[in-house]
Design a protein around this ligand. Structure first.
Ligand SMILES: Cc1cc2nc3c(=O)[nH]c(=O)nc-3n(C[C@H](O)[C@H](O)[C@H](O)COP(=O)(O)OP(=O)(O)OC[C@H]3O[C@@H](n4cnc5c(N)ncnc54)[C@H](O)[C@@H]3O)c2cc1C
Length: 286
């Protein structure tokens, strides 16, 4: 369906000499060191896809006039674009935070990367296809034409979620990390807690702590629920620390406080959409 021009290959090794790169009998553990880096690639790739989709949507809506003004100035379109921008920024921040953890030589950061890469790989890759679709819809009919970039971005979007361990496998990996290294939970909660001055984070942390302490029911059956919660809280914490208040408040309100399924374009009315869009397009005004 997608990934039509990736430089992938299949190699046959005949009479080749091999060297053990890890401990005998611990092959899977050894290859997982590499796999966590390729899973990290998937997060970054999907975050990059979101940024490109947002750029395409912004570029189009700034130029296209409908109902007497540019689309980017229509309030409902501003809601959709601002929401796409928030998702893109939160994905980028999560990717960069995991990059820093993978690059740092401390036990806490190693533990954070251990659980955070699985959470991020699951969440960002899962959010990408809907993000690409909404960006495509911002462009309208032209967005589905093969002559524009959107069809390729859209077809590519699900692939990062499937390969290098699909969504369920990432969630099961989070459970494995929690079981084998319970300190991963402590490190994750501490990371989220860096923004605990915000009431939505405090409430979310409390919920997550309770769920971790007394999971109840079948853990595997509800693993996605658990990982969803971890992902959004981690992103919200990062937004509160690294993004301006206009963006982080809108992110927290729409992702932590709102009820019901989150579809793009449902930011609450107090959202400073213009500020979010100016930041996304790096302009003083439209
Ligand atoms: C374009 C492309 C390129 C690829 N390149 C490479 C490559 O270069 N090298 C390589 O080694 N591989 C490669 N792959 C393979 C890829 O890593 C696998 O396809 C992917 O990890 C999913 O595994 P699978 O296809 O065996 O699916 P399955 O393991 O059969 O999974 C099918 C579904 O079942 C779910 N599932 C599996 N186990 C459980 C469980 N216990 N509980 C709940 N749900 C479960 C999965 O999440 C998935 O949704 C590539 C795949 C694609 C699409």
């Amino acid at each position: 369906m997608g990934n039509a021009s990736n430089a992938s290959g299949e190699v046959e090794l005949r009479a080749a000499q091999g060297f053990l790169v890890g401990e005998e009998g611990r092959g899977v553990a050894t290859i997982l060191e590499m796999v966590s880096l390729t899973r990290f690639d998937c997060m970054i790739g999907s975050a990059a896809g979101m940024r490109m989709a947002l750029s395409q949507a912004m570029h189009h809506t700034i130029q296209r006039w409908a109902f007497g003004r540019p689309l980017v100035q229509q309030p409902l379109m501003q809601n959709v674009l601002a929401d796409l921008a928030l998702e893109s920024e939160a994905a980028l921040l999560m990717g960069m935070r995991m990059a820093a953890a993978l690059d740092t030589d401390s036990e806490e950061e190693r533990l954070l990367a251990r659980i955070g890469v699985a959470i991020g790989k699951y969440w960002i890759c899962k959010r990408a296809p809907q993000h690409a679709f909404e960006a495509m819809e911002c462009i309208g009919g032209t967005g589905v034409m093969e002559t524009c970039m959107m069809p390729r971005l859209y077809r590519e979007a699900p692939i990062n979620a499937i390969w290098e361990g699909s969504g369920n496998i990432q969630c099961l990996d989070v459970l494995r990390a929690l079981h084998k290294s319970p300190q991963t939970a402590e490190v994750l909660l501490a990371e989220i807690g860096q923004a605990a001055q915000h009431p939505a984070i405090r409430a979310g942390l409390q919920r997550l702590q309770q769920r971790l302490q007394s999971p109840g029911g079948d853990l595997e059956f509800s693993a996605r629920q658990l990982v969803d919660e971890m992902a959004v809280l981690l992103q919200a914490s990062l937004m509160l620390r690294y993004a301006p208040a206009s963006s982080s408040e809108a992110f927290c309100t729409s992702r932590l406080l709102a009820t019901g399924a989150h579809l793009y374009g449902s930011l609450p009315s107090q959202t400073e959409a213009q500020a979010i869009l100016r930041r996304a397009w790096a302009v003083a005004d439209f």
